[in-house]
Design a protein around this ligand. Structure first.
Ligand code: BTN
Length: 335
C-alpha cells in the first residue's frame, strides 16, 4: 500500500482540525494545487473508506475513517504522535514476522514496522498457527538491529508485553496481564500473543523481530472453534470498538518507546515494578510443559534474567527459561 504524499498532507490537516473544518483553499495552498484538484483527491480518499463532510464556505471535515488499515492515515496518526518509523502496510501477507525477516535480509533500514490486515500463514510460538483472518485485529512486526549481546535480551519480550499492558491500562482502561513468556490475558482469556525472533551473529543480536497479534475489534464468538472459548478482544472487554488506525499508531508509539528504553538500558529502573503490576502468574499454581517434560509448582515472579521462578512442592526453586504454562496442576490446554 504506497502512501500518496497528497493524501498524507490532507489527512494531517484534517486530523489537526479534529472536529473542525479545513478550508479548500488552505488545502490547495498546502498541496500547491487548485481547489478542483483538492476536490478530486477528496473523492479518491472517500473511495478508500473515509467520510468527508464538505460544507460551503467552511471546507472539509473528517466525519468517518476506514475500518481497515490505511497506510496514509496510519502514517498521519504516527506523525501526530511524533513517531518516526518506516511503515510497510499490506492488505494480506503470509506473516508479518516473515516479511520483516525478508526486509532485514534485503538490507532495509530500521526501525521498520510491517502491518497486515490479514495473514495467510500467521505464526505463533512453538510452531503454532496464529489465526489471522479477522481484519479488525492487529497483526504487526517490528524489525530492529539492536547490536546487543544476547544476554541483554532475556527480558525483552516481557518488557514489551508489560509496557503494552501499561498502555492499555492507562489509555484504554483495558486491564491486561502478561502470562509468561508471551501472552497477554484479560479476564483469563487471550488478548494478544507476542513472537520475538532474533538472529545472532558473533555474539551480537544482529536482527530482532518483535511480532504482535492483538485482538482489537473482533467479536470472539466469530473466531474459529478452537480459539473461541479462550480468546477475547479490546472491544469485547471494554464494550467499545477502537478506530484501527489511530489505535495501531498508539500501539506502535508505545512499543517504539519501550524498545528505546530497552536498548538504552533505562527500562531497568521500571522493570521490577512494571512486572509486579502486570504479571498474571505470580503466586499461582501452574503446570509448565517444556523440554524437561511437565513440571508443577507455584510461581514466584521472574528472575533477573527473565526466567520463570517456580517453587516446587518439595520447596526446590527452579528457573525456567522456556515452556508453556497453564494454570493449575491438570493437563488443561494453555491459553
Ligand atoms: C503466540 O501467542 O504464540 C504468539 C503469536 C504471535 C502472532 C503475531 S501476529 C503478527 C506476527 N506475525 C506472525 O506470523 N506472528 C506474529
Amino acid at each position: 500500500m504506497p502512501v500518496h504524499d497528497e493524501d498524507l498532507t490532507i489527512l494531517r490537516a484534517l486530523l489537526e482540525a479534529g472536529e473542525g473544518f479545513v478550508s479548500g483553499s488552505d488545502l490547495a495552498g498546502r498541496l500547491g494545487v487548485s481547489r478542483v484538484s483538492v476536490r478530486a483527491r477528496m473523492q479518491r480518499l472517500e473511495e478508500t473508506g473515509f467520510t468527508l463532510e464538505a460544507v460551503r464556505n467552511k471546507g472539509y471535515r473528517l466525519a468517518g475513517q476506514p475500518g481497515l488499515l490505511h497506510a496514509a492515515l496510519l502514517e498521519a496518526c504516527l506523525i501526530r504522535l511524533g513517531v518516526s518509523v518506516d511503515l510497510h502496510v499490506h492488505e494480506e501477507i503470509d506473516s508479518t514476522n516473515s516479511e520483516a525477516e525478508r526486509l532485514l535480509s534485503a538490507g532495509a533500514s530500521t526501525p521498520l514496522v510491517v502491518l497486515a490486515s490479514r495473514q495467510s500463514a500467521g505464526r505463533g510460538r512453538m510452531g503454532r498457527r496464529w489465526h489471522s483472518e479477522d481484519a479488525e485485529n492487529l497483526y504487526l512486526s517490528f524489525a530492529f538491529r539492536p547490536q546487543l549481546p544476547p544476554a541483554r535480551m532475556t527480558k525483552f519480550t516481557l518488557w514489551m508485553g508489560a509496557s503494552l499492558c501499561d498502555f492499555l491500562d492507562e489509555k484504554h482502561a483495558v486491564h491486561a496481564r502478561v502470562k509468561w513468556p508471551n501472552d497477554l490475558l484479560c479476564d483469563g482469556r487471550k488478548l494478544a500473543g507476542m513472537l520475538t525472533e532474533a538472529r545472532i551473529d558473533a555474539d551480537f543480536t544482529r536482527d530482532l523481530i518483535f511480532g504482535l497479534g492483538l485482538n482489537v475489534n473482533a467479536d470472539p464468538t466469530t473466531l474459529p472453534e478452537e480459539v473461541r472459548e479462550i480468546a477475547t478482544s479490546v472491544r469485547a472487554v471494554s464494550g467499545q470498538p477502537r478506530p484501527i488506525n489511530p489505535f495501531a499508531a498508539e500501539v506502535i508509539a508505545c512499543l517504539m518507546n519501550a524498545y528505546e528504553q530497552f536498548v538504552d538500558g533505562s527500562f531497568e529502573k521500571f522493570f521490577k515494578q512494571r512486572w509486579i503490576d502486570y504479571d498474571c502468574l505470580n503466586g499461582q499454581q501452574v503446570t509448565v510443559r517444556g523440554h524437561a517434560g511437565e513440571l508443577t509448582g507455584t510461581v514466584a515472579g521472574v528472575n533477573d534474567d527473565g526466567s520463570l521462578a517456580l517453587i516446587r512442592a518439595d520447596g526446590t526453586r527452579m528457573a525456567l527459561r522456556a515452556g508453556d504454562v497453564s494454570l493449575g496442576t491438570g493437563s488443561a490446554p494453555s491459553t
